[in-house]
Design a binder for this molecule. Structure first.
Ligand SMILES: C[S@@+](CC[C@H](N)C(=O)[O-])C[C@H]1O[C@@H](n2cnc3c(N)ncnc32)[C@H](O)[C@@H]1O
Length: 382
């Protein structure tokens, strides 16, 4: 009885308190009215369900499931750091997927009758990327600075290293990274320490600032001097007007629908209704960037086009159009370089889409949740 009386007293006090609080200051839940009805992540998923179901067929349900699950990272080892992090990472069970490649595959690449068979790719021995084994979803700890303030590794999608390996940079090459920020692939290419002159560009000034911060956190000052490395913020589509027939290697890692981000994060999402026009313009922008990259390469030079989307319209179709336009408008003949020897080497680490007629694509998989990454390599014949 006494307990009941206490409860009643308490309830009355609460009621009195509510009366003391002016009505206008009372907190009223409005979530039902203010919550966005169609968040960008749902719009992205609806869009992907409609297009990838047709494009990927029976592969789509498993890829969709992986896209919606926690992604897997790789630790790009920083050769410039003095810390003994490699042994530490290996002790945790990681392995360098580049050294650990399928050497059988390297000696006996599948014969492709459609494209010309090329000698095995030279894999920059200095690019090292550590991953946890298949099915192991352990997260990496954040990297720590060494005594010189340089970080020991950079966390990125391990499949993002593949376009850098496909670029096949050799001693003394002039290299252009046309859309470089925030700088994961730039950093991977710098690890080779064989680039003669490196031009690193991104149109976004704020993202170029992030790129500069990344470079300063990973690379000693003596490697960041102007006559070796130039960082710019130009519109990459205009590059052909600035510097033509110049670079031995060009990486064109274009803005795209960033499929994994689009289904997971509402912030900065290209499927936000206010960005519909920007999203629809993407294939045209991608084509213009690739054309600029092709023009910037020297005859005999090689270009790698890459995205992080599964979209055929942003991948294969862009490359096909660029090949035609380069010939029709500029008299540039291009050869598609077969990347099957490369994918064959890494088939134990990544899942590759079957039957793409141009380029190669890493598709997300629950046991190896990397990608999506599409890449295609072109060689300028003229
Ligand atoms: C996929 S991200 C590049 C990621 C980067 N390669 C990396 O590995 O960290 C695409 C980049 O293209 C840049 N971009 C968009 N339009 C551009 C343009 N017209 N010219 C140059 N860069 C552009 C964006 O600012 C964005 O940073």
């Amino acid at each position: 009885m006494a307990l009941l009386a206490d409860v009643r007293l308490l309830l009355r006090k609460v009621k009195d308190l509510r009366c003391l609080t002016p009505r206008r200051n009372r907190v009223k839940e409005k979530w039902a009215a203010t919550r966005v009805k169609h968040p960008p992540t749902s719009l992205a998923l609806q869009h992907f369900d409609a297009t990838y179901n047709v494009q990927l067929g029976q592969l789509w349900p498993s890829v969709r499931c992986a896209l919606l699950s926690e992604r897997k990272y790789g630790a790009l080892f920083n050769n410039f750091s003095q810390d003994a992090v490699l042994a530490d990472l290996e002790a945790q069970g990681c392995r360098d997927f580049i050294r650990d490649m399928d050497t059988e595959g390297r000696r006996a690449p599948p014969v492709d009758t459609e494209h010309q068979q090329l000698p095995p790719l030279w894999l920059g021995p200095d690019i090292r990327c550590l991953v946890f084994p298949r099915g192991d979803i352990t997260r990496f700890k954040p990297a720590r600075p060494d005594t010189y303030g340089l970080l020991g590794y950079y966390l990125m999608d391990a499949a993002s290293v593949l376009p850098c390996l496909a670029l096949d940079v050799q001693e003394g090459h002039n290299v252009l990274d046309l859309c470089a920020a925030p700088g994961g692939k730039t950093l991977a290419l710098l690890q080779t320490q064989s680039i003669g002159f490196f031009c690193v560009n991104d149109m976004s000034v704020s993202r170029t600032l992030r790129l500069r911060k990344v470079l300063h956190s990973y690379v000693p000052k003596q490697f960041l001097i102007e006559d070796k490395l130039r960082v710019t913020s130009f519109d990459g589509t205009k590059w052909g007007d600035i510097e033509r027939n110049t670079f031995d290697r060009v990486l064109v890692d274009v803005p795209c629908t960033t499929d994994r981000h689009s289904v997971m994060e509402d912030d900065n999402n290209i499927f936000n209704k206010s960005r519909t026009a920007e999203r629809r313009r993407l294939p045209q922008l991608q084509l213009e960037l690739l054309m600029a990259g092709i023009e910037a390469a020297c005859p005999g030079g090689e270009i790698v086009y890459s995205t992080c989307t599964l979209s055929q319209i942003q991948n294969v179709s862009v490359v096909e159009q660029a090949i035609c336009l380069a010939q029709e408008n500029h008299g540039i003949h291009l050869q598609v370089v077969d990347l099957q020897p490369l994918t064959h080497m890494f088939r134990k680490t990544f899942h590759f889409a079957p039957d793409l007629h141009i380029g190669e694509m890493v598709v997300p998989h629950l046991a190896a949740n990397f990608g999506p990454i599409y890449m295609c390599k072109l060689r300028r014949l003229t």
